[in-house]
Write a protein that binds this ligand. Structure first.
Ligand code: BT5
Length: 244
């Protein structure tokens, strides 16, 4: 379906990666142009990992987001998109949902959505969202994942669903555009990791433990190590929430 000026959402039957699709045609896109599919065949995650969305079960959406005045780090964009997805999932009727730094939306500890932001051009950042929608309990990709259906939320109209998601992104974008507050104050309330005991798994697979205290102005996570009490800046590692 071609995009219209009021609602530039392109629904495609199948695509390798909605992020790659948007990145390939950046120059012709208006702000908030979105591409969505229920059949993404080569979904990408962070750090070279993959995102699975079996046909007709998982939704993949990417949005051409206008760059925000004070935001240069891709990590901040990921948290801003995450805060929109968090609100959206809550509004769709899921309780006990939180954002795990830096890009996971979890329901009762299980991943229902993942976010991958990539810088596109000087004016556009691509916000990619993979959301598990129609998976039954036996169709989930692993034991750490869940879906909206698995959480009791039945989506009736996929198009309306994507429209509501994009509307939430636009609302969050407006709020961020006009706010003069620090990023830490704006985004910390959405990051459920803050205040939790965590295990930090570095990209070389080494692991350490601590308590997540706050965010810095680039969206990095500040974690107080239990080894030496030092406040360390976590930039690109994975974080696991530990039982409190
Ligand atoms: C992410 O990466 O969670 C970001 C995923 C972003 C996917 C969207 S879909 C639209 C757009 N187009 C793309 O090509 N990508 C974006 P990461 O934090 O690296 O997590 C990846 C890990 O999550 C995998 O290694 C698996 O362990 C797990 N995983 C894969 N598919 C999953 C799923 N459907 N549900 C839950 N976990 C999944």
């Amino acid at each position: 379906m071609p995009p219209t000026s009021e609602s530039p959402i392109e629904f495609v039957g199948s695509v390798d990666s909605t992020n790659s699709y948007i990145l390939d045609q950046l120059s012709g896109l208006s702000p908030f142009h979105a591409v969505a599919t229920m059949n993404q065949t080569l979904g990408r995650g962070r750090l070279g990992r993959s995102w699975e969305s079996p046909p007709d079960l998982g939704l993949a959406v990417s949005v051409a987001l206008p760059v925000l005045p004070r935001v240069e780090s891709v990590g901040l964009y990921s948290l801003i998109v995450g805060s929109a997805v968090l609100r959206f999932v809550r509004n769709e009727g899921v309780s006990e949902v939180l954002m795990k730094w830096p890009n996971d939306i979890l329901v009762r500890g299980k991943k229902v959505a993942g976010i991958l932001c990539e810088m596109g051009s000087e004016r556009i950042v691509v916000g990619g969202i993979g959301l598990n929608v129609f998976h039954g309990a036996n169709e989930l990709p692993n034991e750490h994942s869940t879906s909206l259906l698995n959480e009791g939320v039945r989506v009736e109209d996929s198009h309306g669903f994507v429209e509501r998601l994009i509307a939430e992104m636009k609302r969050v974008w407006r709020e961020m555009e006009y706010s003069r507050d620090s990023w830490s104050r704006l985004l910390s309330p959405s990051v459920g990791t803050i205040g939790k005991k965590v295990s930090v798994v570095e990209t070389d697979h080494s692991r350490w433990f601590g308590t997540a205290e706050s965010l810095d102005e680039d969206g990095h996570l500040l974690v107080r190590s239990i080894d030496d009490g030092e406040l360390r800046t976590v930039v690109a590692a994975d974080v696991l929430h530990l039982r409190q």
